[in-house]
Design a protein around this ligand. Structure first.
Ligand code: PEP
Ligand code: MG
Length: 890
């Protein structure tokens, strides 16, 4: 019989950390902490299998579940001496979700469940503190109404605010027992008015209501969006954790807090956390009151005059430090902890691997290796390659003038400038138009995810370092300042006041997420230095990876950046990008407008020295590393003047008639240029273009070889080949040009000729094409376009809908479609190697810089990936992780 429910508590658990898939992260770790003998309030976990069952069976439960839950409640009764629903000494519980992957803020929690008009009195008597009992009850009604009954929590906040105003109170803690009782009555009346039935009084009904709400919340929009952004399959489901309540709101000897065993922003090996006295868990995360520091060191560093936990409750603090050390050593990773102190006694409510910035991830991985806690291979696997992007973000130039208008908490590092907006919808809408925006909010909630994603930076006036804004921004790598209390935000009039400065929507500010400073206007930024921990980890990655990492680089600047980031050559130089610069476009246009071969050759002669200089530069910068240069690819009309003014300028410069230009433009016009006169088709119709480029490549190779003393072996790449005969024709001209240049210079040349595999036919006929091609580079941009029949340039208008409806899990232009496009790559690899076992195989589509696509490239056995210069570090790390994965599987 399936076991649906697993108990934990009192030094023993039915589950363990290894059962994460079944128990969810939270449940598995509660079980593990119990097994370690740590103080965990007893409880039980309803498995993720139940979630799957629930959705497979019209939102109902397995037959035996009720009995299993009843028995688990018995287990809790034995350990706590309290019974669920008992009128005299009631057991109260929390109900929380817990998926396999942590989804912060995405799922719902209910605390103090089991309270009703009767049990609240029992709690008041048992605790001797009616104020606490009624405070707990009103919290429960509010949370339950929000999460389970679907009522708006603002309506409840309004009642509370009214009571506070009426009595002249500032803080929630000012309310007396009588005040809270009145609030409870008003809350209940509100529920009854809204739902036309009373607030549920039967604890069992409450429990099943909450369990159902957790399971349903797996399919709420926030959770769906989060899963989509983090590639979490819907099939995983969530578990439900029911746990005996411990109370952080039982007066001044009670508290609740969250902590990281190391600093999640910098990675420094120091406990980092916040707590609130006389509060319950959600108060800390919600950022409603500004929390206090746990350690003295942190308090002093923050210049806070509120006492630290270390000073306030030294015994609980010492116990907590001890547990932190134990857990970090046990899990061998930085932990993110939740705890509650009930009347001086410490209880652990959660441990999980802590989210961290890329900077912290690197430091922690490198430090833990030095501490002997993990191996180099593990360190490599600890850092998310995509997160390295954060380190490549600019920071503010230290010499720049800083017009600081406010200061908050440095919640997520990096700096960015943008126009301020006050709503997430505005952020998204403006970002879609290409406008850089900074999202300014009182505080954020999971409903803001889309706006936070769209924004360059986030600024909130409320909330601590563990507030929603801070946690989510760090995860996204978006600079963020939270708790900038001195700014006044008026969302209605879309203004922000910081001291004497008033800014409106559209005004530009800069957010420095590393210092917490808000600056007026845009500020000069610096590119990051990549050394220290970064260099160390990259060095380890380079040792283990099998695939090479090259860059797609068209200019000397790109090539230098790529080398700085550790590129091992150029996998794709798109020569057309060299044609667009102002000093060349005229000659290029002359070449295109030419009506005879001779005329075209004259124009090409002007371009030749420029191309040759470009290539010489690239070869020199890459000194001895392989450089793949692709012949001209785009349709020629892309280079022609578009506007009347441009046309007339060109006509004047070239001394030709405007009519001729219009005529030639019309001639070159194509209905579907992406599938038109481009790629090797250009080299076939206008061989002189390919010849000029080949000459430039070979002459440059000889020149750079002479200069650097290292022989250059250029790789000449022919684009958009579908048939062997196409390649053969172009290759013959390249070879002929190589012969000519060798004869003219008296120098011998080594070079290779290969092709892009970016059309399905090329993949299918790879065995034939490989008879002529010495290398293949999979052009997965065009291969995706042609395999799907989806235009690269028009996909945006409908791919969103494809992802929302789940037809596609991911944008196939970002992450390779392994089933379809990937199958073509597999076929190409296999058939290419059949003919030419040592054929060099790479990828140069955008996927070359995407970690999951890089794993795919490792699986199919490519020799290298090539990606944009800024993604080179990501690719190096992802390639190392892919190699380790392959090693562990074999
Ligand atoms: C490709 O198609 O994948 C490719 C790299 O070429 P381009 O993006 O220039 O078409
Ligand atoms: Mg292409």
């Amino acid at each position: 019989m399936t076991k649906w429910v697993y108990t934990f508590g009192d030094g023993l658990a039915e589950g363990s950390a290894s059962m994460r898939n079944l128990l969810g992260g939270k449940g598995a770790n509660l079980a593990e902490m119990s097994n370690l003998g740590l103080p965990v309030p007893p409880g039980f976990t309803i498995t993720t299998d139940v979630c799957a069952w629930y959705y497979d069976n019209g939102r109902s439960y397995p037959e035996t579940l009720r009995d299993d839950v009843a028995q688990a409640l018995e287990h809790m009764a034995r350990l706590t001496g309290k019974r669920f629903g008992d009128a005299q000494d009631p057991l109260l519980v929390s109900v929380r979700s817990g998926a396999r992957a942590s989804m912060p803020g995405m799922m719902d929690t209910v605390l103090n469940l089991g309270l009703n008009d009767q049990t609240v009195q029992a709690l008041a008597t048992a605790s001797g503190d009616p104020r606490f009992a009624y405070d707990s009850y009103r919290r429960f009604i509010q949370m339950y109404s929000d999460v389970v009954l679907g009522l708006d929590h603002h309506d409840f906040e309004m009642i509370l605010d009214e009571e506070k105003d009426l009595n002249g109170y500032d803080l929630d803690t000012d309310l007396t027992s009588d005040d809270w009782q009145r609030v409870v009555e008003r809350y209940k009346a509100l529920v009854e008015e809204e739902l036309e039935e009373p607030f549920p009084q039967d604890p069992m009904d409450q429990l099943w209501g909450a369990v159902g709400a957790v399971f349903s919340s797996w399919m709420n929009q926030r959770a769906i969006t989060y899963r989509r952004l983090h590639d979490i399959p819907a099939s995983w489901g969530t578990a439900v954790n029911v746990q005996a309540m411990v109370f952080g709101n039982m007066g001044d000897t009670s508290a609740t807090g969250v902590a990281f065993t190391r600093n999640p922003s910098t990675g420094d090996n120091e406990l980092y956390g916040e707590f609130l006295v006389n509060a319950q868990g959600e108060d800390v995360v919600a950022g409603i009151r500004t929390p206090q520091d746990i350690t003295e060191v942190a308090r002093i560093a923050a210049g806070s005059n509120k006492p630290s936990l270390e000073n306030l409750m030294p015994e609980a603090f010492a116990a907590f430090m001890d547990i932190c050390n134990k857990l970090e050593t046990h899990y061998r990773d930085m932990q993110d902890l939740e705890f509650t102190i009930e009347d001086g006694k410490l209880w652990m409510l959660q441990t999980r691997s802590g989210k961290r910035t890329a900077k912290a991830a690197l430091k922690i991985a490198v430090d833990m290796t030095a501490e002997g806690l993990i191996s180099e291979d593990e360190a490599i696997q600890r850092v998310d390659p995509a997160a390295l992007d954060q380190l490549l973000h600019p920071t503010i130039d230290p010499n720049a003038e800083r017009d600081v208008i406010a200061k908050g908490l440095p919640a997520s590092p990096g700096a960015a400038s943008g126009q301020i907006v006050f709503s997430s919808d505005d952020a998204e809408a403006m970002a879609q138009k290409g406008i850089k925006v900074v999202l300014v909010r009182l505080e954020t909630s999971p409903e803001d995810i889309h706006g936070m994603h769209a924004a360059e930076a986030i600024l909130t006036s409320r909330g601590g370092m563990t507030s929603h804004a801070a946690v989510v921004a760090r995860g996204m790598g978006t600079p963020c300042i939270s708790g900038a209390g001195s700014i006044r935000i008026d969302a209605a009039s879309e203004t922000l006041m910081a001291g004497p400065v008033t800014l409106s929507k559209g005004d530009i500010i800069t957010v420095d997420g590393s210092t917490g400073e808000v600056l007026r206007g845009a500020v000069k930024m610096l590119q990051p230095e990549l050394s220290g921990d970064f260099g160390q980890l990259m060095g380890w990655a380079d040792k283990v990876r099998r695939m090479g990492v090259r860059a797609n680089a068209d200019t000397p600047v790109d090539a230098r950046t790529a080398r700085n980031f550790g590129a091992e050559g150029i996998g794709l130089c798109r020569t057309e990008h060299m044609f667009f610069s102002e000093d060349r476009i005229l000659a290029v246009r002359e070449m295109i407008l030419a009506e005879s071969h001779d005329h075209r050759r004259d124009a090409l002669a002007k371009i030749l020295p420029m191309q040759k200089a470009d290539f010489t530069d690239l070869f020199e910068i890459m000194a001895g590393l392989p450089v793949t240069i692709r012949l001209l690819d785009p349709p020629l009309h892309e280079f022609l003047p578009k506007t009347d003014a441009e046309i007339s300028d060109v006509a004047t410069s070239l001394g030709v008639d405007i009519g001729l230009i219009r005529h030639r433009t019309a001639e070159l016009h194509e209905v579907n240029p992406m599938l038109g006169h481009r790629g090797c088709r250009l080299a076939i119709s206008y061989p002189e273009i390919a010849e000029m480029q080949a000459r430039a490549i070979f002459e440059a190779a000889i020149e750079a070889g002479r200069k650097t003393g290292a022989p250059v072996i250029p790789e000449v790449m022919v684009p958009l080949v579908g048939m062997k005969a196409e390649l053969d024709l172009v290759k013959a001209r390249i070879d002929a040009m190589a012969d000519a240049v060798q004869q003219e210079t008296g120098e011998s040349l080594s070079y290779q000729v290969g092709t892009m595999v970016e059309l399905p036919r090329a993949a299918l006929r790879a065995h034939k094409i490989a008879e002529s091609a010495e290398f293949f580079s999979f052009g997965t941009n065009d291969l995706t376009q042609t395999a799907f029949g989806i235009s690269r340039d028009d996909a945006a208008s409908f791919l969103g809908a494809y992802q929302r409806t789940g037809i596609l899990e991911q944008d196939p232009f970002v992450s390779i479609d392994q089933d379809g496009v990937g199958e073509l790559v597999r076929i190409g690899v296999e058939r290419g190697r059949q003919t030419r076992p040592d054929i060099k195989l790479g990828i140069c589509g955008e996927h070359g810089g995407d970690p999951s696509s890089i794993h795919f490239c490792e699986e199919v056995g490519l020799d290298y990936v090539s990606c944009s210069p800024f993604r080179v570090p990501i690719a190096r790390l992802a390639a190392a992780q892919a190699a380790l994965k392959a090693k562990n599987q074999s």
